[in-house]
Write a protein that binds this ligand. Structure first.
Ligand code: F6R
Length: 247
């Protein structure tokens, strides 16, 4: 794992934007895995700027999102479909037919099988990830098998607490979601993981201690051949020996 420690969220986003833009320049029909949440928002804004400057085009890019809440319509402002359209897709030249999500409307078993099939047929070139304060990646909560594919998850109390900031109250946070599994994430050719803020510091410390355990889903990333972790100083603040952690 290559670890890049930067000063703050803005710098983290600049590094992330550069890596993603480079990927698209090198391979205009890249398949990119996308995340929602706070971590990538500024990265998406910077990518929109690159698009506006005509540095990159998304017209041949295909995307796969990590997850979606169960129980929210896609036009609900907190659904991940809405989020992606709002923060990125409506502002770039991507073909919406090339954007993919785990589908939570309709028969979930059918939707799970369909998403897994698509993921088998389309190896992700670059997967963007955030990390939960409990070490989750996508909505793969602690205890999830490293062999998991797309599945329904019960969100942990911690994740609901973390995400209640987007809702009026914790009662409004959906209790279940559909998520890409860890095996599918690990199948990506390259992974870029972002961490910002003090609430991620414990998870980052445990991740870089290098012990592979399902208690910390992100720990599996240590065994992936091409991962870049970009973290800000706050999320890196519990690293005692930063030199050692940085490749
Ligand atoms: C989002 C996702 C989650 C988030 C994680 C961090 O699609 O899959 O794993 O990346 O919960 O969320 P933020 O970035 O809001 O701190």
């Amino acid at each position: 794992m290559k670890v890049i420690i930067v000063e703050n969220y803005e710098e983290m986003s600049e590094v992330a934007c550069e890596i993603i833009a480079e990927q698209i320049k090198e391979k205009p029909n890249s398949i990119i895995g996308l995340a929602t949440g706070s971590s990538p928002v500024r990265t998406y804004e910077l990518l929109i700027e690159e698009y506006q400057k005509k540095e990159i085009s998304f017209k041949d890019v295909t995307t796969f999102n990590l997850d979606e809440y169960i129980g929210l319509d896609y036009d609900h402002p907190q659904s991940y479909h809405y989020f992606m359209n709002d923060v990125l897709f409506s502002k770039i030249d991507i073909d919406l037919n090339n954007t993919n999500f785990p589908d939570t409307i309709g028969d979930l078993d059918v939707n799970v099988a369909a998403y897994n099939k698509k993921l088998y047929e389309n190896q992700i070139d670059l997967q963007l990830l955030g990390i939960g304060s409990n070490g989750h990646i996508a909505f793969n909560e602690p205890g999830t098998s490293f062999d998991s594919e797309t599945h329904v998850v019960e969100l942990t109390k911690e994740t609901k607490e973390d995400n209640k900031r987007f809702f009026n109250s914790i009662e409004e946070v959906p209790t279940t979601a559909l998520t890409m599994g860890i095996k599918s994430i690990m199948n990506a050719k390259k992974i870029l993981i972002l961490a910002s803020g003090l609430n991620k510091a414990q998870a980052i410390k445990e991740l870089l201690e290098g012990i592979e355990t399902t208690d910390l889903p992100a720990s599996i990333l240590m065994s992936h051949p091409e991962v870049i972790l970009v973290c800000d100083e706050a999320s890196a603040s519990l690293l005692e020996d930063v030199e050692e952690a940085v490749e």
